[in-house]
Design a protein around this ligand. Sequence first.
Ligand code: DX5
Ligand code: ZN
Length: 229
Amino acid sequence: MTFDRSIKIAPSILAADFANFGAECAAVEAQGADWIHVDVMDGHFVPNITFGPATCAAIRPHIKGVMDVHLMIAPVDSYIEAFADAGADVLTAHVEAGPHIHRTLQAIRGAGMKAGVALNPGTPASAVAEVMDMVDLICVMTVNPGFGGQKFIDMSAKITALRQMIGDRPVHIEIDGGVDPTTAPLVAKAGADVLVAGSAVFRGGSVSDPAPYGENIRAIREAANGVWT
Ligand code: DX5
Ligand code: ZN
């Protein structure tokens, strides 16, 4: 993975056909997705359950680019090796998931992955001040995690603060929740570069009719880049 701050669109497979993840990942990549965002939920840290490392491993061969795994689980540490074995490129843990985020981030990098830290809407930017040199990505949640299709919560001030805290470090700012062509410009302007989008990418398309995926991805990217079509 090379680092740059260009806008990257990361479709969340939470909005894909759960019976057909491999083909869905291939379809959105063919339609212009930069990363694939994979939401792991445990029914404990968040009030919903998705899947774990075995499913990530099954999906992996169908993804050519970056597999971006977002853990909404607690505890995290005992599962890090399993997600490394599953082929995650980026593994993101929530700062709220336990008392030892420092240890968790060390372990993620130690297992050979890029380390991400996620912040819920109620958590301030200052919560990650002491781990800025230990992360490759900061994920700013713009919904309360657990479900796709929720209304965007404006976190622009937090994104701006994090962008200043990052300075010259090669750290991505990822936005997760309610991203669409209307909200993408707000977060891009504040300093985000990785835009996760579930419903706004997968709506209107399917594996057998993937063109809408491409139109949806293009619309978000152009909106974020300030090109209105
Ligand atoms: C929410 C997940 C998101 C979700 C985004 O808990 O972390 O990745 O899939 O879905 P949309 O884009 O529909 O808000
Ligand atoms: Zn997510």
